[in-house]
Ligand binder design. Structure first.
Ligand code: SF4
Length: 370
């Protein structure tokens, strides 16, 4: 049995002090942890992947607010649930891309419990990471990466390292990357703001570190700057089954058009392909001024995937290396997401898809699905 202290924090300051006062631990897995909805941490503790000696429950802290700021930005409390965020009128009206991404993730029950801050901090779903009986550099640095030559169907095609080929599992974070969210944190050295692009890390030689949070820092809220991308956005998610599965590949795409019908702004982020939500600024820049055509989408996909590589070993003697299929899948997903974004169809999944596809049947793209 893994015994641990449980402390329910009464304020942000109390939470920080409780973390600071926890006994020192040499093993990373035993460090004290904040717990919000607990939808990932409790799983990791049950699997023996994490064994914190102190759990600080922050679920009662007043960090649930969702509101508009004077400059039109959106404040999202770290402890607002994913469901409350997706169904908030301001999110529905102003950030439909975020709503689509949240509703593509997990299940309604989990979205009712999972929080915005927790969504950012969830760990990879690499099967080896969850199996405490095998080596894993993310769990125990220097122990090895069995996914590099093993089962890697869910693993990275971009930005991986010899140390780790895991992917980040979040859908919400893919939209937050495209929307250029800013993560606000507080900690022993005060408050700071982290641009979303700098919040998650690529694995390098420290795959045990998922984010750039300093020890003891707590996410308090996110801020989403206003944008002009509401009319042409789409979160497309491709997975093994129709619901409650992590993305093989997902794409958050958003566009705005100028008076000539050419692309004025573009945002693109991919999920399921890298250790962090993958955003390619070169591809976004290249899209500006282009005509929104099938050739443009294909060329954009080629730019994003030019350095993509398959990882993993053959699951069967006659099969391709573990995740080689993801490269053409990602190419088609990018093209399809841009088509749907242009048509103003916000998602390929869930209730929104039925509503949008039903309402816009005559505008639905006609090219082949991925
Ligand atoms: Fe561990 Fe990363 Fe390798 Fe998975 S891919 S086994 S998380 S080191």
């Amino acid at each position: 049995m893994n015994r641990f202290d449980y402390h329910r924090a009464s304020s942000t300051q109390d939470a920080l002090q409780a973390l600071h006062a926890a006994p020192l631990q040499s093993l990373e897995a035993q460090l004290p942890r904040f717990m919000a909805g607990g939808t990932n941490l409790v799983d990791l503790m049950k699997e023996g992947v994490m064994a914190p000696k102190r759990v600080i429950d922050i679920g009662q802290l007043p960090l649930t607010e969702i509101r508009e700021l004077d400059d039109g930005s959106l404040w999202l409390g770290a402890l607002a649930t994913n469901a409350d965020t997706a169904y908030h009128p301001l999110v529905i009206e102003r950030f439909p891309l975020l709503r689509s991404a949240i509703l593509a993730g997990a299940s309604p029950q989990i979205r009712n419990r999972a929080t915005n801050g927790g969504n950012l901090l969830q760990r990879t779903r690499c099967v080896y990471f969850y199996d405490a009986g095998v080596p894993c550099n993310k769990r125990l640095p220097g122990s090895g990466c069995p996914a590099a030559t093993g089962l890697a169907r869910q693993h990275a095609i971009l930005g991986s390292s010899p140390s780790c080929v895991a992917t980040h599992p979040s859908d919400m974070c893919v939209a937050l990357a495209a929307l250029e969210a800013v993560v606000h944190v507080t900690g022993p050295n005060g408050d700071r703001a982290i641009p979303f692009a700098d919040f998650h890390r690529l694995p390098g030689n420290r795959p045990d570190l998922d984010t750039t949070l300093a020890p003891g820092e707590l996410i308090t809220h996110l801020v989403l700057p206003p944008n002009e991308l509401q009319a042409h956005g789409c979160y497309l998610k491709l997975r093994e089954r129709a619901s409650y599965a992590f993305a093989l590949v997902s794409v958050a795409a958003a566009l705005s058009l100028d008076d000539d019908g050419r692309i004025a702004q573009a945002r693109l982020a991919l999920g399921g392909v890298a250790h962090k939500p993958w955003r390619d600024l070169d591809a976004e820049q290249w899209l500006i001024g282009q005509a929104p055509t099938a050739d443009t989408w294909r060329e954009c996909a080629a730019i994003i995937l030019k350095d993509a590589v398959a990882t993993g070993g053959p699951a069967l003697p006659e099969s391709l290396p573990g995740n080689a299929f993801k490269i053409p899948l990602a190419e088609r997903a990018i093209v399809r997401a841009l088509e749907l974004a242009l048509a103003g169809i916000p998602t390929n999944t869930g209730e929104d898809a039925f509503r949008a596809l039903g309402a816009q049947e005559d505008r639905a793209p006609t090219s082949e699905s991925p």
